[in-house]
Design a binder for this molecule. Structure first.
Ligand code: CTP
Length: 441
């Protein structure tokens, strides 16, 4: 548990708050996951942005913004941790904790938690030595709160004595010792039911998503988006058909349109598998991307990724490959250029559309340089797809490699022509159309 623990760090309002930032770094350095709660007073000393930047998560500040999907409820926040660390634990925070006062996010989290708490007090020496604080300290120890520090030394206020917050490394050591000691969950009495499993679905999705490093927006879409629960398979990019180890046959496809559709489908909540030929663009986020080279590899990867609810074939698959590619680089010789015998590649779209594992919705593309709609209609029939997204890729349009696309949607119902749009807009509109097709009627 001490390795890779989930720590909820509550940063109170005091000059030592800046050490809270160092503490985040220290925890991270040791392989722990940190979530930050910053009190209003803490935010006078450091900014939520610095906390968020260092934790790599939202900085939680407000008790009453629970409708915001990026936020978690205080119950989930307080339970989704292995240990809560309060640093600096100010006199005010300690007083609230000792008396069960819950009037802001930090104090509410501390009251709602079922996890052990480690506190690193920091305050003026007189405040620390005041009987009220000492009473609260005794009460909190009695309640099971563990303490680290305060150290003695010169204080920011110029006085000398106990009250300096322990150094970040010492706090991290104490946190790890507390985690190692076990019993970090405070058990409920028999017959009491923890409601965490019945927490709001969005919050639960956020917890699961955090564990899988998925942003809350995507996790929420996976539960509630228009394509939630749907598996989405898409091919994209060109294929490379080897002539020899250094040469290949290919085409000008950039993969931009297919990758944009994969991204849009993931944003709509689908579980997306992208089978990508060789491209120079990054894998879209939150999409499982399988990289292939040739048409035959692409077909194998598509078959492996089935079953799926939706399949979109946006790849510009090379129609032909060299029948027998050379093992070694072909050298120039007196016999003149080599004769390349070509063989036809499998038609991936047609193969899948006609297979037993046919997804419920099959969409193909038709890259044409003339008679766009006429050719698209023929492809719709020949390939057995439900829809063909046809586009003019003649050089003058700049479609291949460019960022814009003018498409016509050809189906058995007719033709729907869209204006010139960015490839992202085409992707979003197409995904919306797909989602509409799955809406219960
Ligand atoms: N396609 C495929 N496998 C192939 C060839 C094409 O899956 N071997 C798919 C493409 O991904 C696209 C659609 O079929 O969705 C049409 O591709 P296109 O290249 O326009 O059509 P072709 O069948 O290659 O026809 P032609 O080149 O004769 O126009």
């Amino acid at each position: 548990m001490a390795n890779g623990a989930r720590i909820l760090l509550i940063i109170g309002g005091g000059i030592a708050a800046y050490k809270g930032l160092e503490l985040i770094r220290e925890f991270k350095k040791r392989g722990h996951d940190v979530r930050g709660v910053l009190t209003t007073a803490g935010a006078q000393f450091i900014t939520p942005l610095s906390v968020a930047s260092l934790t790599g998560d939202v900085c939680y500040t407000d008790l009453f913004s629970l409708t915001d999907e990026a936020e978690m409820g205080h119950i989930e926040l307080s339970r989704d941790a292995d240990l809560i660390v309060v640093a600096p634990a100010t006199a005010d925070l300690m007083a609230k904790m000792a008396n069960g006062i819950a009037n802001d996010l930090a104090s509410t989290v501390l009251l709602a938690t079922d996890k052990r708490v480690l506190a690193a007090p920091a305050m003026n020496v007189r405040m620390w030595l005041h009987p009220a604080t000492q009473r609260n300290l005794a009460q909190l120890k009695n309640d099971g709160v563990t303490f680290v520090g305060p150290d003695s030394g010169e204080m920011a206020c110029g006085e000398y004595g106990p009250g300096r917050m322990a150094e970040p490394a010492a706090i991290a050591d104490a946190a790890e010792a507390r985690l190692k000691a076990g019993g970090t969950v405070i058990p409920l009495p028999p017959g009491t039911d923890s409601r965490i499993d019945k927490a709001r679905p969005a919050a639960k999705a956020q917890i699961a998503a955090k564990a899988a490093d998925v942003p809350p927006r995507i996790a929420h879409a996976a539960k509630n988006g228009p394509l939630a629960g749907k598996s989405f398979l898409i091919t994209s990019g060109p294929t490379h058909e080897p002539i020899d180890p250094v040469r290949y046959i290919s085409n000008r496809s950039s993969g931009k349109q297919g990758h944009a559709i994969a991204r849009a489908a993931a944003e709509a909540g689908a579980k997306v598998t992208l089978i990508s030929g060789p491209v120079n663009i990054p894998d879209p986020p939150h999409v499982e991307t399988v990289h292939v080279e040739s048409a035959r590899e692409m077909l194998a990867a598509v078959e492996k990724a089935l079953p799926a609810d939706i399949a979109v074939f946006a790849a510009a698959v090379a129609d032909w490959r060299v029948a027998t590619s050379a093992k070694d680089k072909i050298k120039k010789g007196p016999g003149g250029p080599p004769a390349l015998a070509l063989a036809e590649n499998p038609d991936i779209l047609a193969t899948i559309a006609k297979s037993r594992k046919r997804p419920r919705l099959v969409i193909g593309f038709a890259a044409e340089t003339e008679k766009v709609i006429e050719h698209a209609r023929a492809k719709l029939k020949k390939k057995g797809s439900d829809l063909i997204v046809a586009n003019d890729v003649s050089p003058a349009t700049g479609t291949f490699g460019g960022d814009a696309n003018t498409v016509h949607l050809v189906s058995a119902d007719g033709v729907e022509s869209w204006p010139a749009l960015s490839k992202d807009e085409v992707a979003q509109r197409l995904v919306k159309k797909i989602a509409d097709a799955f809406k219960p009627r």
